[in-house]
Design a protein around this ligand. Structure first.
Ligand code: GCU
Length: 607
């Protein structure tokens, strides 16, 4: 904390310092930190936090984070914000959904809450964990800057060990959601820019030596007979091995660590295989000294063979739907009930697969998909015209990818890592996204990579240089909506000869239901239904199409859609924003998926 006089002096100097934010952009909270949670017991810090918007970054300039708690009548210097009193907001939440005047707010905001500590346990380490914070989150403890994180949808931890004091501590988070050219995503997206601490915040302790990372998978060699475990220890190496237990498989083995605290072991096992129809999960524990983590892991093999996507040796068709994290009331906050509703609707649609667009969704989504039996495409928001020439942008994108993979790579349901969506075909973009695809493979050799790629509309052919560097070609096509001529879609089918699977990662049309929508023509429910009928009739002819995730399950909020029918929403949802009212196209797609599930789907077999 700073004395009043120091704050007063600084307030004057701060008027002439436009580099005030540089010391707080270390991006020191990243995937090198603790990402894997492994069922650790934690104390929730959800609930009311003091909150204030700070459009001009006055808080960083005037060092509000360094103010001492003090009653107004005791203050001898005028002040512009008091972190310890004023408005409060519930965490998790998006401020846009809390007050009309905050709806379009973009900039810095301040969240403050106390953290009371009974005693400082010398043998323990203490971490603060944020499920996500949109977008730049600077953390302060008792007036000291302890790091910042970039990225709106991935978890991060900040270690408080040695910085906490007995009794009352103060945590402050300066959360900034400003859209900029060099962020990921950049300043133009087709989804609402929700800011805030919108996922859970918690605090937990570990022993000095902790299990930092744990990855357990079926060795993808087609024998279904070996598992591989990769473990990383952080802290003093007090023992030479970690203990790995999978009771249902009779596995109880010691895994030797190398001198850096890492271990990798392959061992024989014959698990029942996970798949959507039989989502078998195994309880696993890893023990190292005093530390123990656990997980529930499914074992399966996903691969591509030519233009087929193959799960456990069987080719399959991905009957999917795309989803955003968006709620008319909650904004980007996800609840377990919201997720169960999403999966219930997907099941009703006949899905075995969902595309979690365009950013990492809440970690509970993949955990539930593991339990319920859905396959997932997970994605980082390398969306549209990212600043592909900028190394800092690449560092941000790669960090978000690594945080997503380290968070979810024990989730059997996740089968595809997507490194982007609809990006311009430039050399810089190719290098940027190839680098991301290579990073994904390096961190996780067991899954497929993809991206929503490009079409050469002049030649009516699937053509994207990135395709050679990913396993599955994602194809966003909107014939019947943005592109007029359906015959061109059929032509693409004839003119393209991909050597790997194609998944229609998006297709669809807006349809505004009820009296708010037109009775015919664009934006009418009937026109949307007609587009689905024509799309299905055409797509079912394309033998190399091995899945689809039409855009999108629910109508969703977005600033850039303001015509008389949109009113700040994208209405391509098969279900309206109430997440109840189904449109005609829902039933058309459900009928097609029923046919596919019954084996009549594509009328043209692969040649
Ligand atoms: C694009 C984009 C989506 C967008 C959709 C649309 O393909 O990937 O994010 O919402 O089209 O225009 O509705």
């Amino acid at each position: 904390m700073l004395e009043r006089s120091e704050l007063a002096d600084n307030a004057l100097q701060a008027l002439h310092d436009e580099d005030y934010d540089v010391p707080f952009n270390t991006q020191s909270l990243n995937h090198d930190g603790l990402i894997f949670m492994g069922g650790r017991v934690s104390e929730s810090l959800n609930g009311e936090w003091t909150f204030c918007v700070d459009l001009l970054d006055t808080g960083l300039r005037q060092k509000w984070f360094a103010m001492l708690p003090e009653a107004p009548e005791d203050r001898t210097e005028p002040w512009d914000y008091d972190p310890y009193m004023g408005d409060t907001v519930p965490v998790p939440s998006n401020w846009a959904m809390l007050k009309e005047k905050w709806y379009f707010f973009e900039g810095s905001t301040w969240y403050t809450r106390p953290l009371d500590v009974d005693e400082i346990a010398e043998t323990k380490r203490t971490f603060l964990r944020f499920g996500a914070a949109a977008y730049d989150c600077k953390i302060f403890l008792n007036g000291e800057f302890v790091g910042n994180h970039y990225g709106a949808s991935t978890p991060f931890c900040v270690e408080l060990t040695g910085k906490l004091k007995p009794g009352r501590n103060w945590i402050m988070a300066c959360v900034n959601n400003t859209r900029t050219r060099d962020r990921v995503p950049m300043r133009n997206t087709d989804w609402f820019n929700y800011g805030g601490l919108y996922r859970e915040v918690s605090v937990f302790q570990t022993p000095k030596s902790l299990i930092k990372d744990f990855f357990l998978y079926l060795v993808p060699d087609g024998t279904y007979s070996k598992l591989c475990a990769e473990v990383t220890i952080d802290g003093p190496l007090i023992e030479e091995a970690v203990e790995l237990n999978i009771p249902s498989l009779g596995i109880d083995i010691a895994v030797l660590l190398d001198e850096t605290g890492k271990a990798r072991i392959e061992f024989a096992a014959a698990p029942d295989l996970w798949c959507p129809e039989t989502p078998v999960l195994y309880d696993v524990t890893v023990t190292y000294g005093e530390d123990q983590v656990s997980d529930r892991v499914g074992f399966r093999q996903i691969e591509r063979r030519g233009t087929d996507i193959v799960l456990n040796g069987e080719p399959l068709f991905l009957r999917g739907i795309s989803v955003h994290e968006d709620d008319a009331v909650l904004g980007k906050v996800t609840s377990e009930a919201d997720l169960h509703r999403r999966f219930d609707h997907a099941r009703e649609l006949g899905c075995n697969y969902l595309r979690l667009a365009h950013y990492p969704h809440h970690e509970l989504a993949a955990q539930l998909a593991d339990e319920l039996g859905f396959l997932l495409w997970e994605e980082i928001p390398v969306y549209w015209a990212i600043d592909f020439e900028n190394p800092a942008t690449y560092r941000d994108a790669e960090n978000q990818l690594c945080e997503l993979i380290k968070r979810d790579r024990n989730r059997a349901s996740v089968v595809i890592w997507s490194v982007g969506n609809e990006n311009p075909d430039t050399d810089a973009r190719l290098e940027f996204m190839k680098g991301l695809a290579d990073t994904a493979k390096r961190l996780d050799p067991t899954r497929l990579t993809s991206a929503a790629c490009l079409v050469n509309h002049a030649q009516n052919r699937i053509e994207d240089r990135l395709a050679a560097h990913i396993d599955v070609i994602g194809l966003n096509e909107y014939y019947g909506w943005y592109e007029e001529d359906f015959e061109d879609l059929a032509a693409i089918g004839e003119n393209s000869d991909p050597d790997r699977p194609v998944v229609i990662s998006e297709t669809g049309a807006d349809g505004v239901i009820g009296e708010k929508g037109p009775t015919k023509g664009l934006f009418s429910e009937d026109y949307m239904a007609e587009v689905y009928t024509k799309q299905i009739a055409t797509l079912r002819q394309l033998a190399y199409v091995k899945g689809m995730s039409p855009w999108i399950l629910y109508d969703f909020r977005v600033e850039r859609r303001q015509n008389i029918f949109q009113n700040g929403y994208n209405h391509k949802g098969l279900i309206a924003a109430d997440k109840k009212t189904k449109k005609k196209a829902f039933h058309i797609l459900a009928d097609y998926y029923r046919q596919i599930a019954a084996g009549q789907g594509n009328t043209r077999k692969a040649s």
